[in-house]
Design a protein around this ligand. Structure first.
Ligand SMILES: NC(=O)c1ccc[n+]([C@@H]2O[C@H](COP(=O)([O-])OP(=O)(O)OC[C@H]3O[C@@H](n4cnc5c(N)ncnc54)[C@H](OP(=O)(O)O)[C@@H]3O)[C@@H](O)[C@H]2O)c1
Length: 293
């Protein structure tokens, strides 16, 4: 297939682009800078210069595509308006293609609110973090679109060895010698390694029916205390006890979206495993932290 990836240099998109190329697909990647274009070319993708804040500049020049994967976001205060404008231009452009493309868009675990002990599934009603409430109608718009076959993937918290949601733990352990957690040690995060998530995107691309939704969670919920302690142990920080940071302080330092770090959540990826044959291989997070680097 020929696939355009938006956000192909991000935590999720990098893994998705690499997986698609490894599976023999032809990948185009939207690049807003020369640096991003060079990175995409390095993965074996063809860069397409363009910015999601000015979709009028590039959506009229798209080649024939079999699919689009949307995992781009700039996390600034205008991200909802940016995404609406993007779809305003992109969906009609895709509707003008000879064959209706598949369109996989990215939601996220923070749209499910704090679940506590309940394990959220694709059937669970959404209760979005306010900073990401704009996503809910955007996802519904993709699922209802007549121009494309829309599919939604909701990633859990996405990590790589020292990156994604683990980047801050790694930085705290190496630079501050104390690892911070937001809210409390007992907050649970559903987790997925970026490479496992990328395999879910490709399975969804190749097998999922139009208008379907999938949760990409390989680990229902791991306490942030255990993650923080694993990083503290690996780097031998002075104290193994995490420092507790309030959600208010996190929001002040990183933006309102950072309140998501304090959500106590459990999410199930069972539907993708049963119906798409998804087989995540990164499931023992603490051992991976101990063994990496
Ligand atoms: N990471 C997670 O744990 C997680 C979990 C659930 C849901 N999600 C959702 O998944 C999506 C992607 O997350 P991520 O963690 O992969 O983000 P990320 O690592 O910050 O990557 C964002 C991507 O979007 C691109 N981008 C940003 N602004 C752009 C613009 N104006 N024009 C073109 N491209 C632009 C970036 O390109 P540059 O390289 O040029 O900056 C990068 O490729 C977001 O919607 C996020 O809410 C993420």
């Amino acid at each position: 297939m020929r696939i355009l990836v938006l956000g192909g240099t991000g935590v999720i998109g990098t893994a998705v682009v690499r997986e698609l190329i490894a599976r023999g697909h032809a990948v185009l990647g939207l690049a807003r800078s020369k640096t991003s274009a060079t990175r995409l070319a390095g993965f074996g993708a063809t860069p397409l210069r363009g910015d999601i804040t000015s979709p009028d500049m590039w959506t009229g020049q798209l080649p024939q595509l079999d699919a689009v994967i949307h995992a781009a976001c700039d996390f600034d205060s205008d991200m909802g308006a940016t995404d609406r404008r993007l779809l305003d231009h992109l969906l009609p452009a895709l509707g003008a293609q000879a064959n209706r493309p598949r369109f996989i868009t990215t939601g996220g675990c923070w749209l499910f609110g704090a679940t506590g002990d309940a394990i959220a599934t694709e059937e669970t009603a959404l209760d979005p973090l306010p900073a990401f409430a704009w996503m809910v109608p955007q996802l519904a718009r993709v699922l209802a679109a007549t121009e494309v076959d829309g599919i939604v993937v909701h990633p859990a918290m996405v990590y790589t060895a020292d990156g994604g949601v683990f980047q801050r733990f790694h930085r705290d352990a190496t630079e501050r010698h104390a690892v911070r957690v937001i809210g409390s040690e007992s907050v649970r995060w559903p987790l997925v390694h970026a490479d496992d998530l990328a395999s879910l995107y490709t399975l969804a691309l190749e097998r999922a029916p139009a208008r379907s939704t999938w949760i990409g969670s390989a680990n229902d919920g791991v306490t942030v205390g255990r993650i923080a302690r694993a990083f503290a142990k690996r780097f031998g920080t002075h104290s193994r006890d995490p420092q507790i940071m309030s959600a208010d302080a996190a929001a002040a330092e990183w933006g309102g979206w950072a309140r998501g770090y304090a959500l106590d959540q459990r999410l199930s990826g069972a539907k993708a495993q049963h119906e798409l044959g998804w087989r995540p291989i990164h499931v023992d997070v603490e051992s991976e932290i101990a063994e990496s680097g």
